[in-house]
Write a protein of this length. Structure first.
Length: 217
């Protein structure tokens, strides 16, 4: 794991967030999109099961239902359906807006780094009125470190072990929320530095973190 050198407390605060099951509860919308995809293709998809596995890239789920050679076309079809079926039903996770606002109130920047199709990620945030500074899509697990490093992210918040790996690869503090498909114990075992029950705890944690003069691992 790459560890960056300590940064003085006066350094600008930049916090990264994952999207699905961290900032947004996309399960209702994704289920609706999968159900429509199943209806259009005639291929059975257990959408209730699929939404228990959110986090990894889309192809990792589609391969359970479609032949590998069909994935590029099916993925494009799903993403087109997503706009009409998944945006409206999706909700903000409890504490999401307050978590983002806490970073901005501290003079910091908020960067969303997600494996999701970037245009759809932006649609979610716009629809829910969650204002962030940058959105970077199509990155998963260790690959997230590319964007985290480029944007100087010192804290990365996510719900999956892949998010923990991305943070640690970038030398950022890994703050995990146990609101997705991975348990708190699994997040700790993966190397998360901090595990919160939900984002409702994040503003208080951030205040204490900043008060201790800690910016980066």
């Amino acid at each position: 794991m790459a560890i960056q050198a300590p940064v003085p407390p006066s350094a600008p605060l930049t916090v990264g967030f994952d999207l699905d099951m961290t900032l947004i509860d996309s399960r209702p919308g994704i289920k609706a999109a999968y159900d429509r995809l199943s209806a259009e293709t005639g291929v059975y998809i257990d959408s209730a099961l699929a939404i228990t596995r959110l986090g990894p890239p889309l192809d990792d789920e589609l391969i359970h239902w479609f032949p590998a050679e069909d994935l590029p076309v099916i993925a494009d079809q799903y993403r087109a359906l997503y706009v009409d079926y998944a945006i409206e039903p999706t909700l903000a996770m409890p504490g999401a807006r307050a978590a983002v606002d806490a970073v901005h109130a501290a003079g910091g920047r908020v960067i969303v780094v997600t494996a999701k199709h970037e245009p759809n990620a932006k649609l979610h945030l716009s629809h829910l009125g969650i204002e962030v500074d940058e959105v970077i899509g199509w990155l998963w697990a260790e690959a997230k470190a590319e964007a985290l490093t480029e944007h100087g992210v010192s804290v990365y918040v996510g719900d999956h072990t892949g998010d923990v790996r991305g943070a640690r690869t970038a030398g950022a503090l890994s703050v995990a929320v146990a609101t997705g498909p991975v348990t708190a114990d699994e997040l700790r075992a993966a190397g998360a530095d901090v595990v919160l029950d939900s984002l409702t705890e994040f503003p208080g944690w951030l205040a204490g973190h900043r008060g201790n003069g800690q910016v980066r691992r």
